[in-house]
Design a protein around this ligand. Structure first.
Ligand code: HEC
Ligand code: HEC
Length: 356
């Protein structure tokens, strides 16, 4: 019974992957064309598509950037989005979990804002459907920015510089919470990756990867089964899996995706993160408990964490050698690190240059 369930799951996943691939065909990636799991592909990202009701304009993007770096959105003026999603820390923070106002620690690691625009759902449990919806959350999360939307709007509407800029971008006054969220989301849609050594390799520059990185890519897409979940341009299926990750507090498991679906099957399942720019944002996983990429690979090599009834059926011991582990880490490090200035070179806007 368990076996047939397992095969059903594999068959189902293969079908979904095949369907997604049919929409998004990518060129074969390795010189030897290694594709161990049917039509699984990794490749370049398509351009970001903004929603029809929030078109990108350069004035809106710049305004969103200012808001993103502005600590005045928080209750006590100490925390901005960039506190926990810091461009110099891979658009995440140094973890293990994030520190909000009054130095309160959150219960999950801060995921990266890079390429969040390419995620189908936001948050580790996928509870927000869009970047706009997501952006409203942290402002009134008591342990993140600790504010209320009303109080934040009073603050912003008291800053003449913001009132003028929002009016010129959105055409109306006073500033609303939807406008704040739309401006932030427009900025986030520019923090995307098109240019890593991996991207250049996919486009045909075979010298863009070192031999070790190429071996890593082959293992990623073959023996390691990594691209079974980390696939497509985002190197994520956008779905939720239980890797048997040990909870932050022993005996207090995080329910993960179950909070949204109310389905027992989703207990302890978390969203597959992108592998893009992953080297810049240690520590890893939703708990921030794995310190290095090598630690993460060793977790997979063991077949995931401790016994867990909901462990994803893909979590099986891999039998990777030390060289193969090194190769996977090399692939995820330099080869997946992008050089896009919108990702790599963004500097915080100093408080003195924010609207007054
Ligand atoms: C105190 C730290 C903190 C602050 C401040 C903060 N975040 Fe986050 N952010 C997090 C954590 C932790 C999560 C994951 C929470 C979860 O999944 O339950 C998250 C999730 C996200 C995600 C989803 C990413 C993904 O891959 O699912 C985005 C996008 C994001 N935050 C943007 C923002 C924006 C925009 C702001 C400012 C309005 C902000 N954050 C403020 C810690 C923070
Ligand atoms: C069954 C689906 C699945 C497979 C197979 C898989 N991953 Fe993951 N990966 C995930 C999920 C889900 C997470 C987040 C889990 C969590 O935090 O609880 C993750 C997290 C990661 C992270 C941490 C990223 C971060 O930002 O914290 C890395 C690195 C990673 N995987 C690499 C790999 C590699 C390398 C392989 C192959 C050896 C692999 N994955 C195979 C689903 C998968």
């Amino acid at each position: 019974m368990q076996r047939s369930l397992f095969f059903l799951v594999i068959l189902g996943s293969a079908l979904l992957v095949a369907l997604a691939w049919a929409e998004n065909p990518q060129v074969p990636i390795t010189e030897s064309g290694v594709v161990a799991h049917g039509p699984v592909r990794v490749g370049n990202l398509p351009p970001v598509i903004a929603p029809a009701d929030n078109p990108q304009t350069s004035a809106k993007i710049l305004l969103g950037k200012k808001v993103y770096f502005d600590t005045r959105l928080s209750k006590d003026n100490t925390v901005s989005c960039a506190t926990c999603h810091d461009p110099s820390k891979g658009w995440s923070d140094s973890g293990p979990t994030s520190k909000g106002i009054n130095s309160q620690m959150g219960g999950r690691r801060s995921p990266p804002v890079v390429n969040a625009a390419h995620s189908r759902l936001q948050f580790w449990d996928g509870r927000a459907p869009t970047l706009e919806e997501q952006a409203k959350g942290p402002i009134q999360n008591p342990i993140e920015m600790g504010n209320t939307h009303d109080a934040m709007l009073r603050t912003l509407n008291d800053i003449p510089g913001y009132v003028t800029e929002f009016k010129s971008v959105f055409g109306t006054s006073p500033i609303t919470v939807d406008q704040v969220a739309q401006a932030i989301a427009a900025f986030e849609r520019t923090v995307v990756t098109t240019d890593s050594p991996f991207d250049r390799f996919v486009q045909g520059d075979v010298s863009a990867l070192t031999p070790l990185e190429k071996q890593g890519l082959e293992i990623f897409n073959g023996k390691g089964h990594c691209s079974a979940c980390h696939w497509g341009g985002q190197l994520s299926d956008g779905r939720f899996h239980n890797l048997g990750v040990e909870p932050i507090e022993p005996g207090k498991p995080d329910e993960g995706r179950r909070a949204v679906t109310k389905s027992e099957r989703d207990f302890g399942a978390f969203k597959t993160p992108t592998i893009r720019d992953v080297a810049a944002r240690a520590p890893y996983l939703h708990t921030g408990k794995e310190q290095t990429l090598e630690d993460v690979v060793r977790l997979y090599n063991r077949g995931g964490g401790p016994e867990d009834a909901n462990l994803d059926p893909m979590m099986l011991p891999l039998g990777l050698s030390e060289t193969e582990i090194k190769a996977l880490v090399a692939f995820m490090t330099r080869a997946m690190t992008s050089t896009n200035p919108e990702v790599a070179d963004v500097k915080p806007i100093p408080a003195a240059e924010l609207p007054k």
